[in-house]
Design a protein around this ligand. Structure first.
Ligand code: MRU
Length: 376
């Protein structure tokens, strides 16, 4: 049985989560008690991953409205509206690429728009709780549809008496969502059903979400996995050691282009060259109907220090920093550095989008159809 804790959980009226910057070395729980703390958690990447960012932002709005209620600012419609607008704008400005952030904020904003300001705090909290529950269910459904999409490959691996070999990039697992994850949801379900799987985990420089986070959660769940350097995937594909690639995503454009962690595009190109399926798992909330193609998505540029340094645990017992998490410089001082955090995988390289409503082709037409169903 796969055992994974929720990544963000509620105790009474408290919002709790892991500080992901410290994983896998320290398992530290943090409480988000103000909207500013929620915004800080997203900006500093204590929480990260598109769906988790969306739910955290939703709770951020709810926490902000709770504060406004406490300070009497919800008593007049004007001050209530000004306060709400400020909180929403600040949360939305934390990270630019994942569309789930604006989606989470707008879900709560639209819910309170139907209510009197005096009820906003209660309504916002209830809506954030709904989104929290819905994310876990959505991921379970993505897991189910993923297994259906993989059926033929699972049968082939079974027939050859070997595990299904899956390659993934970054972390689109439980830690990127409320629970289960998107790309890893089918992996966990397969493991739970006794289907033999093995995951190649791209380390995912510069922040190493694969090596630190994906490996941590797969290990906790007992799923066999191997961490590889980002550049190893092509060789493994060439040698026939990869049955399929699956990644999550931060935004799907209206034409099916996929924006995900930097390096995803190269894996998609390699997969195409070797006729290996390249799946993208995403909740429908990750589809952005207002952005025509991937090139129109704002790609977050992160600090040069993430490329200049690597972070890890000091294991040298003789060091004064023994067991401390430290950054070490790996780039000469003075060299220019560029750090785009995401890239664009053209729709043509994507075998399909695995959503909570089923697997659809990465095409404008299929996307329009699924969005219409969602709106109905
Ligand atoms: O910069 P991050 O760690 O927030 O990037 C995360 C990713 O790129 C994930 O693949 C994506 O958000 C999908 S999470 C289900």
């Amino acid at each position: 049985m796969v055992k994974l804790p929720y990544t963000l959980w509620i105790e009474g009226d408290r919002v709790l989560t892991w500080d992901q910057r410290l994983l896998p070395f320290r398992e530290e729980v943090i409480e988000l008690s103000t909207w500013q703390q929620a915004a800080h958690a997203i900006r500093s990447m204590q929480v990260r991953g598109a769906p988790l960012i969306g739910v955290t932002a939703a709770f951020g709005v709810a926490l902000g409205l709770r504060e406004l209620a406490g300070s009497g600012h919800l008593e007049s419609s004007t001050s209530a509206q000004t306060g709400l607008d400020e909180i929403c704008a600040s949360l939305m400005a934390t990270r630019p690429t994942a569309v789930n952030l604006a989606w989470g904020v707008n879900q709560v904003r639209n819910a309170v728009a139907q209510a009197r300001p005096a009820d906003w705090a209660r309504v916002a909290w209830a809506r954030a709780l709904d989104l929290h529950a819905a994310d876990a269910q959505c991921n379970a459904d993505i897991g189910k549809h993923g297994l259906i999409a993989w059926e033929a490959l699972i049968d082939r691996a079974k027939g050859e008496a070997r595990p299904l070999q899956i390659l993934t990039h970054c972390n689109a697992g439980a830690l990127a969502t409320v629970a289960w994850g998107t790309a890893l949801a089918p992996v966990y379900q397969a493991h739970q059903q006794g289907i033999a799987v093995h995951v190649w985990v791209d380390e995912t420089r510069p922040r190493n979400q694969g090596a630190s986070l994906t490996a941590w959660e797969l290990a906790r769940a007992g799923v066999p996995h191997t961490v590889i350097a980002d550049n190893a995937g092509g060789l493994l594909m060439m040698r026939g050691q990869v049955d399929l690639v699956i990644v999550g995503c931060d935004r799907v454009a209206a034409n099916g282009d996929v924006v995900n962690k930097i390096g995803t595009y190269l894996k998609a190109l390699a997969a195409q060259a070797h006729q290996i399926a390249f799946w993208v798992a995403c909740p429908i909330s990750t589809i952005d109907r207002d952005t025509p193609g991937g090139m129109q998505v704002e790609i977050e540029e992160r600090p040069a220090s993430e490329v200049e340094q690597m972070h890890g645990l000091v294991e040298d017992q003789g060091s004064a920093l023994y067991q401390q998490i430290v950054g070490v410089r790996v780039v000469p001082v003075g060299s220019a550095v560029l750090n785009p955090a995401f890239d664009i995988t053209p729709a043509a390289l994507v075998s399909g989008l695995i959503t909570e409503r089923g697997t659809i082709p990465a095409t404008g037409e299929a996307i329009r159809r699924v969005l219409a169903l969602e709106a109905a």
